[in-house]
Structures are given as C-alpha cells and as structure tokens.
Design a protein around this ligand. Sequence first.
Ligand SMILES: Nc1ncnc2c1ncn2[C@@H]1O[C@H](COP(=O)(O)OP(=O)(O)OP(=O)(O)O)[C@@H](O)[C@H]1O
Ligand SMILES: [Mg+2]
Length: 367
Amino acid sequence: MCTKEEIITLIELAKRLEKTDPTDAARQYFLAAEALVRGAREHPEEERTYLELAQKSFLKGKELRDKRVQMKKLVKGKSEIMFEDIGGLEDLKSEIRMKIIEPFKRPDLFNFYGKKAGGGILMYGPPGCGKSLMAKATANEAGANFIQVKSSDLKSKFVGETEKNIAELFEKAREKQPTIIFFDEFESLGSDRTDAPAHDKSAVAQLLTEMDGMEAKEQQILLLAATNEPWSVDVALRREGRFGVTLFIPPPDLEARREILQIHLANRPIEHLDYDVLVRLTEGFSGADLKAMCEMATDIPLKESFETGERRKISMEDLREGIKKTKSVLRQWFAKASEQVKRRKLQEDFSELIKMSETEKEMAVIN
Ligand SMILES: Nc1ncnc2c1ncn2[C@@H]1O[C@H](COP(=O)(O)OP(=O)(O)OP(=O)(O)O)[C@@H](O)[C@H]1O
Ligand SMILES: [Mg+2]
C-alpha cells in the first residue's frame, strides 16, 4: 500500500527525472499510476480523483516512453549497443550503474567514501534473456575496453596451457586499462571442482590467483561473467571479493516484452500494431525468442513481395503467425534449473531463480 505522501514523492521524483533519465521517469510515472489505482480501491469516496490522476500519470509515462522509442529510431545505425537498446531489466541497469559503471568512471569519488570497486559480478539466468547483451552494453556505458572470452576457449587439454591462457588474458587486460573482461558461458571454466577433471581445477585455481592479485594492485579491471548453469560454477569463485555479487537476469515481463518488440521492429515497415495483444501472446518468451519471432514475421511479407511485386507492411497477422511458430525453452530451463539448484542445496544462493521457478510452475498449471 502507498500513502498519499508516497505517491506525491513518486510523481515529484518522476518530474525531476524527466530530463536526465526519461526511462526511469517513465517507470516512476507507471509506479505512481499503479499506486493510484490501488488508492482508488482503498478510498472509494475519492475514487474519481484517484483514477483521473492515475490516468494522467500513466499517459505521462507512456508519452516519455514513446518519445524514447522515436529517438532510438533516429539514432539507429550506431553499432555500439547501450542500455537503451536493451528492453526491460531497468532495476538491473540501475544496479550495474551504481556497482560497476560509476565506480569505474569515478574511482576518486568512491575512494573518498571508502568504497572499493572491484571483484567480479556473475550474471545468471535463462538463455536468451540478455546476459551477453548486458555485459557488452556495460562496457560501452562505462567507456571501458571490452574483452570477451568464451570460457571453453581458455581451456586446453595440454598440461599448463590453460593457466598460461588465463595469465595472458589478464596481461592483455592490464596493458589497456580500464578494461572489462567478460567470461561468457562461465560454467565451462569455473565448473565445480569436485566433479571436474584435474586440468579444470587448474583453470579455477589460476583464475582465483589472478583475482586475488588484482585487489592488491588497484587495477582498473573489472570481471563480468555469465552463465545459464549457475549451479555448475565453483563455489570458491563465488566468495566475497571474487564473483561475490550474483545478479539474476530474469525473462522479460509484459513491459519489457513491449520494449523488446519495439526495439526489434524499429526501422521496419509496420502497420498499426496492438502491442497489448502481442505482449500477452508472448508470455514465456525470452528476448531471443521475441527477436526470432520478429524475423519470422518479417519474412512473410518479404517473401510475398517476390511473388506479387508489391511491398506491404508487416501486419498483426504476420506477427501472430510468427508467435505460433516460436517455441520457447524457458519453461524447460526453469524446471531443470530449480531441480539442479535444489539437488545441490544452493537455494539460498540463487533464491530469485527458485522464486521464479515456482511462479512458472503455477503459470503452467493455469495454462
Ligand atoms: N532485453 C533484451 N532486449 C533486446 N533484445 C534482447 C533482450 N534479451 C535478448 N535479446 C535478443 O536476444 C539475443 C540473445 O541475447 P543474449 O545473447 O544477451 O542472451 P544470453 O542471456 O546471453 O543467453 P545465453 O545464456 O544463451 O548466452 C540478443 O542478441 C538480442 O537480439
Ligand atoms: Mg550469452
């Protein structure tokens, strides 16, 4: 429940943010609208006033969001992916901004308050929901060099080679600071030492050595890692000061799906689309599924135009067809993930995953 004062604060905050961070401002307006609708229910005597304000707040949020999408269409063409090219995940973007980007950009300020940047961040979550995208955008937002390594590429079957590869990687990062090293598919490098072959253990050990060394040297190197099998990541790597911060990257919710669809349909000829319907029909889709779906839908009028010579726009019907043909693997992933996490008794470490699996299960029963 929100009190009147809290609602006013939300709206004031939204107003202040309009110029500096329109995305966040839009979100605050939406939050205020939701609170006002609840308020209308709680105060029937003032229902009308509450609802009118809710509508105003909602429209304001929508206006800001639409403006942003328009802007994006105009500046399209730049190859660097930024936060605004990623739909949804707003809380995460703020968290990354505070924990990674700002300390990286302004180490003096953070030092002044005795806060230390450093350590690594492990992103985990279902496939195709923006982990790799987020890592790349983080480096761009921070203005840092970006080295992406597929963790399996670092591993060699030759004795001693893996350690050498890892040492060289850090050497390269040190030469050109600030740098973000991104370990993609991290499970294959940091796999649980107890059931890993001997040479895998050395990869983990070498990585730990490098990380512990970093702290002492005050380097501007930041480590990001991503995995869709977090239960396979060596526990030692997840300790404080190493990949101590874990961030869950969830599947896109309604609002995020709308944004992702708009991002992937921007710059394409589209008829008027009913996004409310589209986001409902794509419940359970990942960002990658949504992208694939848009491609499929686009191919329909494109192919037709070869036969007819006419160029018709992408329609709701095309998108419905694309949705029908897209099979998402998210539900299967959640079932497997929660089973693995529970089997290893890691529920506390990955609580968000477990919570979301429960919701997924309930949804499966309803559908
Ligand atoms: N939030 C999003 N906004 C826009 N596009 C998205 C989003 N999430 C996913 N996509 C689309 O899906 C593609 C795959 O996303 P990404 O590579 O970031 O997934 P991932 O979480 O790293 O998956 P995996 O676990 O399989 O590596 C992206 O290149 C992008 O086109
Ligand atoms: Mg990825």
